[in-house]
Design a protein. Sequence first.
Length: 383
Amino acid sequence: MIYKKIFLCVCVLFFTGCFGSNPDSEEELIEIPSKSLKINFQRNNSAPTIVLDLDNTLCVSSSDTFSNDHKKWLKEKFPNVFSCCIEETYEEKTINWTYFFFPYYGEMILTLLSWGWNVDFFSAGLEKRNKVVIEKFLKDLLGKHSTEGEKAYELLINGGYFKIYSRHHMAGYEKYPNNPNYWKKDLTIIAEDISNIILVDDKKCIVVEDQKPFIEMSTIAAEIFLKYIEKPNFSFEKTLTNAEIESPLNNAVYILGILTNCRTIMLYQEISLRKALSKALGKKGNMNAAIKKGNEMIKETLDVLTNSKIKFFEEKFIEIVEEKLVDKNKEEDEEYEKKRNKEREEMNILFKEIMKDDAKSSLKKNEKESVCHLLFCKGCIIL
């Protein structure tokens, strides 16, 4: 019986198509969305939350002055690296800093928000600096897909997204303001229950012991990459391959790959994000597999973002849609959308029947996970 249900799942997926096109019509030509990333404007505080570090995780920064030729080389060599410049004042001395954000963090963040998850930031830097740098990054991200990127940013901020925690929020800072060795990023500042909140950081020493696991980035890799972009001809003590020098370029896809696995585990086993992360990190060959999975997810998001625009729906949510020209009039299009939503609801019910009650099911665990993954990839499971 269970295999009959799986067969039905697959048939519905491939013959009706969750993202399929409408039947052709010779009537008026209009633009309709074929894929989308929907983001609610109001934050759900009980949803899984990813807390991102800034320095050496999202980006690296340099106070060097770059010539025009050097800037041209950077743009050609790393076209997906977003850079921004800000002025910082230390002891009455102003320094210009250039921040280089590793690729695909923006697409990763949009993907997480479309899942209904939250993204916050926690950096040991000063609040003034953190707010300026993160705001520039987020506005650039949203501005790529709409002439109303500023509006989208303000609505998301007003809805409670993108909270920024800084040096003065760190546990131990008040008691030891001049000794960072005692500072910790205590996630209980975000919520009392942190079972669905995890940290992404490059420093193990700042993680509160009972708040592990966390997703760890490499400080050394980030520093090597920074040295390379500052001085491309720099001679490292150890001979490094291009893959080693440029490894931080995979940070975002690695994180998204891990979180995609967490999402599947959470749905299948009905456990918290923290417990799911323990399982996801515990698998052998984890890094390469996570990077591969993250790249797949990023590609899906990029497919939507290409030739896309941000749509606003009564200021309740935004939707980033990939526009395609399809022969279909508006009435038939709305009818098709109702039909598609009904099919997706039926798929959800069928999925839950398949996944419940492990003891009675004859379906093997790995087969069950395959069905779960298939439905996720096809967009049929609505959390």
